[in-house]
Design a protein around this ligand. Structure first.
Ligand SMILES: [Zn+2]
Length: 196
């Protein structure tokens, strides 16, 4: 995979957020597996992870499955099975990284709005509910008036397919009717735009 480094950063960040109690070495081992391109998708919710002897693997391959929202790895069935069952092994962590990466690298259709206001609101008509997602990032840029700080707000409106979305943007009492054309970009751009 090799991969785009900013996408890899975000994929690792996602793994850390999902497993905040895991050690750095656990994350590092998962990253080594991912970077060595050991994860292959085998079918729906099944992945094969090539074993790496340098990471202590005894078998040439491991099978990771996702069932009912839980991951299972064939290394659970080894002689260390009982001990490992309660843990998330780094084969699974590598699969999660792989999936995070694939998702961040996928196409979405998005439109971006940048505004500076004290009070703000973006209204998307209910007909777009379920089809369109909205994420925002808010930063205070002027807090001279402590009760009414001024914000810089970035909204990203995105969907799985190209479309035109009507929206109403309210910024300090100024109401604007917008027609947003969602154009193709990649999922990780949406993440980068809305990170604090
Ligand atoms: Zn495993």
């Amino acid at each position: 995979m090799g991969g785009d480094s900013s996408i890899i950063d975000l994929a690792v960040e996602g793994l850390r957020e999902d497993f905040p109690s895991k050690s750095r070495s656990w994350v590092r081992r998962a990253l080594i597996r991912f970077m060595k391109n050991t994860v292959k998708e085998y079918g729906e919710n099944v992945w094969v992870v090539r074993g790496l002897p340098e990471l202590g693997d005894k078998y040439p391959t491991y099978v990771v499955r996702l069932r009912d929202g839980r991951y299972y790895c064939s290394c659970f069935e080894s002689s260390w099975g009982l001990r490992r069952k309660s843990e998330i092994c780094t084969h699974i962590a590598a699969v999660i990284l792989y999936r995070n990466y694939r998702k961040l690298d996928s196409d979405v259709y998005a439109s971006v709005i940048n505004i500076e206001c004290v009070d703000y609101y973006l209204e998307i008509p209910s007909e777009f509910r379920g089809k369109v997602k909205v994420v925002k990032s808010v930063r205070v840029i002027d807090a001279t008036d402590k009760l009414n700080p001024r914000h810089r707000v970035t909204y990203v409106i995105y969907a799985d397919e190209p479309m035109e979305v009507r929206a109403r943007l309210i910024c300090d009492g100024d109401v604007r009717e917008l027609s947003l054309k969602l154009t193709r970009t990649r999922r990780y751009i949406v993440e980068l735009l809305t990170r604090d």
